[in-house]
Write a protein of this length. Structure first.
Length: 163
């Protein structure tokens, strides 16, 4: 059974598809593509079916990542099949934990930057939507940095599940 990770931001067109693309690349580089499934969603559904923001696509493409994406809204029923739900900021964390059907499901929700030991106290990935390209580039840097720690945590969790 695959280990499943879902990244969640507000509209699923900026931060979460960026995190999905970066983490999927890290999973593939680690040789875990058949063992770890990665996707993303938004807390809201107003962008459902839309592609990622063109600035997200541009930043990902420039950095060498794939960016095929269609936005969707996170559903409470998904908790049952997910191992981790990765929130991009504290607002998403709270919304997802409220949505969780059980306390065990709420425990699956974590902040992405909590996997970056250098992040300090501010664990939010700022929303770049209303800013310029520099915000998208900063977002990518934060996502890339935290993805290494997330991958290490997923490996440990996978090993513990097989013991």
């Amino acid at each position: 059974m695959a280990y499943r990770v879902c990244f969640v931001c507000t509209g699923n067109i900026c931060r979460s598809p960026m995190a999905e693309s970066v983490f999927r690349a890290r999973v593939e580089e680690a040789g875990l593509a058949g063992l770890v499934e990665v996707d993303s969603a938004g807390t809201g559904g107003w962008h459902e079916g839309d592609g990622a923001d063109p600035r997200t696509v541009s930043v990902l493409k420039t950095a060498g990542y794939d960016s095929d994406h269609a936005a969707r809204q996170f559903r409470a029923a998904w908790f049952a099949r997910l191992n981790l739900v990765i929130a991009l900021d504290a607002g998403h964390l709270k919304a997802l934990r409220r949505l969780a059907p059980t306390p065990q499901d709420a425990e699956k929700v974590r902040l992405l930057r909590s996997y970056d030991p250098a992040a300090g106290a501010d664990l939010d990935v700022p929303d770049p939507y209303y800013g310029g390209m520099d915000g998208f580039e900063e977002c990518l840097e934060m996502v890339e940095t935290a993805s290494a720690g997330l991958l290490a945590a997923v490996r440990v969790d996978m090993e513990e599940r097989t013991v």
